[in-house]
Design a protein around this ligand. Sequence first.
Ligand code: PMP
Length: 413
Amino acid sequence: MGNILREKILAREKSAAYYAAERAMAQGAYPYFRSIESAQDTEVIIDGKRVLMFGSNAYLGLTNHPKVKEAATKAIELYGTGCAGSRFLNGTLDIHLELERRLAEYVGKDAALVFSTGFQVNLGVISCLTGRNDYIILDEFNHASIIDGSRLSFSKVIKYRHNDMHDLEQKLSRLPADAIKLIVVDGVFSMEGDIVKLPELVTLAERYGGSIMVDDAHGLGVIGRQGAGTASHFGLTDQVDLIMGTFSKSLASLGGFIASDNDTILYLKHHARSLIFSASMSPASVASTLAALDLIQSEPEHIANLWTNTRYATGLLRSAGLELGPTETPIIPIYVRDNDKTFQVTKMLQDKGIFVNPVVAPAVPADATLLRLSIMATHTFGQIEEAVSKISEAFRSIQINTGNAAYEASTTR
Ligand code: PMP
């Protein structure tokens, strides 16, 4: 067989998992691009029916908060609907600069730089910091935007096993001592809900001369002092070189930022292509992020409620005998371990009025497919009880294995 043909067949085998989406469509269980006819809240309207939302990243439930909406409306009145240009040229407003000052202070760094999405932060920052003879070192479960940012860089990219500090040390110890080594990690892993082992990672970075960038998309507003994120949670802000965050989760808006020392931010302002060659955050997005940040810093009950709900939901799900992943946060993975059943149970749950997200291959290995539940500060105990009872009912009715043996096997992958 010629090489090209063999490669094509291999590629087809690799993408076999995608056909699961087509099968799901044929079975009427396609779970993507579901159209929501209301605000992102604990209850949403789909096809005219009320559905409890357990698949939102708005952890603090602020996207529909009156103060956040009022700030966005006022910004539109004052600045209009768009900036019609990049930050670099005509697209910088005074409120962009105010947000940057507030974020730098919040996460404990000299300066910050806001981009139009979190994805663009990772693309722009990771691709331009290191050079041809340098290394970018990644946890294998890092977010897609980190992987894509690394692909755009000229550096060599090395992956280590998920949160496995022994494997990371092995990889670091083989690299040239004088090369720049940028270790990029999720603070809270987006599918698993576990937290990076930052203290061990910092020790290794110091031992082998590495720099650290933490993507805190899911840590911000959730862990750390006033929700300042993973570095703050561990008291290691000074040991982390770059802190990245997004506004599309706890901060109830759209956009993202990078925070670091003054020199690094100045460099990024003139080299991050996704910043320079893309239009800036819209005024409404900036103002709503600022308003959400005000609420997070002045009303501690939002984060407190999130944790009360997280503990309540995790406890109920465990007592119902469901097999949960090693989560430590409001992201709760419930294993299904079968692509088709994952789609089936998602559809069944939506019919019963519960919205959850399916996670299937290739995002996770085929035997580790799962439902990803996310808890919000604004869920009521009643909503959580309803969701847990309907989830266990659905799992029983399509005979999803809830034993622990398979789970223990999978965690050693
Ligand atoms: N990093 C992580 C870990 C994420 O989960 C996400 C979004 N899912 C992003 C970056 C990208 O953020 P945004 O949605 O703002 O583009």
